[in-house]
Design a protein around this ligand. Structure first.
Ligand SMILES: [Zn+2]
Length: 387
């Protein structure tokens, strides 16, 4: 049995189509997109934009219980301190929040998530396989002498994901340039079959200042966390130019936030990725950036550099909702020149490529099963899941 959908517009993952009809089988596998005149009867006629399911390239499901806990506009250092010190709740509360957050993503038309994992608390929800996940098991530890011990801690969590979930979609990743020592970067770089990576990159100017000059607000972060950084020597380079050379083995890396990434950084990245055959994607989380620091990346500059842009919600600790459509709306309001088709491409086919799920997700192409959602065109307020 086939289903046939028509709407004001069809976004196929790359561009808008008009006067076309999307045909799927009963399970949502794409059969074809054909001209309206050739479709015969039984077409479900809808108002709005038909679109493949959204890809949320950056989330922390395990922080869902922190929704509304941290005030807005604290800046990154105070935000990180609060997450680290105040994330510990009763387990049942965390499980319930994870389930609710997943429900919310399903309702908002999200079909796949790049999820950062510091612990195993989200595993039981993920075994239900309601959404597709790539689990980025986060490694962190800035003190060089503790690199091995801290890496082993992440490795144990990684093994638990591999054993429990019926998927190979888990990798060990660095948390951020300022929380991972060179030794730990090198352990991650050396891991075999650990090709898909992500890292929080240049989320605040203080991150660049710390690497360039060894000064600034990050000193307060280490002090309050009781980390003695007397071993640290500034690199004289920005954060991105300091950490990227740690990766040399052709990995694919999703750089998240990029709020303070400059044109020189992007030029450096281009040369470095060519030399080491790396592949990079830039993930934007505008609502989280506004929540934490009330600033946004220079997206026009980023677009001149790359087409590999994807979208993420970050966690409910720094966002009011887990909605890719809400991220698109914020980008539309702040960057009026960017076409909706480009924003939707970031949210669908680009996201699927970044998470290496583009064989089945991200676009209306024959044989894929990307999910079918309907977006109201006027206010970009509402998403309806059709399949
Ligand atoms: Zn994050």
């Amino acid at each position: 049995m086939y289903r046939k959908f028509s709407a004001d517009k069809i976004f196929n993952g790359y561009q808008f189509l008009q006067q076309q009809v999307l045909i799927t089988d009963a399970y949502g596998v794409i059969v074809d997109i054909v001209d309206e005149k050739e479709t015969g009867d039984d077409v479900e006629k809808l108002n709005g934009i038909l679109c493949p399911g959204f890809i949320n390239a950056h989330c922390h499901l395990e922080l869902s219980h922190m929704k509304g806990h941290i005030p807005k506009h604290t800046g990154l250092v105070d935000f990180v301190l609060k997450v680290v010190t105040e994330r510990h709740y009763a387990e049942q509360e965390i499980f319930d929040a994870i389930e609710n957050a997943e429900d919310e993503m399903l309702q908002n038309g999200i079909v796949a998530v790049g999820d950062i994992c510091n612990n195993t608390l989200s595993i039981s929800q993920k075994t239900k396989e309601r959404l597709r996940y790539h689990n980025f098991i986060e490694a962190s530890g800035f003190i060089p002498a503790l690199a091995e011990e801290r890496f082993q801690k992440s490795w144990k969590i990684f093994e638990e994901y591999l054993l429990t979930l019926n998927t190979q979609r888990s990798t060990v990743c660095p948390h951020a340039p300022y929380s991972v020592s060179p030794g730990m970067f090198s352990m991650i770089n050396d891991l075999p079959n650990n090709n898909l990576l992500t890292i929080h990159n240049q989320e605040t100017e203080a991150e660049n200042e710390f690497f360039e000059k060894g000064t600034g607000d990050f000193l307060r972060l280490y002090k309050q966390m009781g980390i003695d950084i007397s071993f640290f020597k500034q690199t004289g380079k920005t954060s991105l130019q300091s950490w990227l050379p740690h990766f040399t083995k052709g990995q694919s890396i999703i750089l998240v936030h990029n709020v303070c990434t400059s044109a020189e950084d992007l030029l450096f990245e281009k040369l470095q990725t060519a030399n080491c055959k790396l592949r990079t994607f830039y993930c934007l989380c505008p609502n989280a950036n506004l929540y934490i620091s009330n600033i946004l990346p220079d997206i026009n500059m980023l677009m001149q550099h790359t087409d590999n842009i994807v979208l993420g919600t970050d966690s409910l600790a720094s966002n009011d909702a887990l909605s890719i459509l809400a991220e698109i709306k914020t980008l539309q309001q702040n960057f009026k020149d960017i076409d909706l088709a480009i924003l939707l491409k970031w949210a669908t086919s680009n996201g699927a490529k970044a998470l290496q799920m583009d064989k089945s997700l991200g676009s209306f192409e024959k044989g894929k099963q990307p999910g079918v959602i309907l977006i109201d065109e006027t206010g970009l307020e509402k998403v309806t899941r059709l399949i």
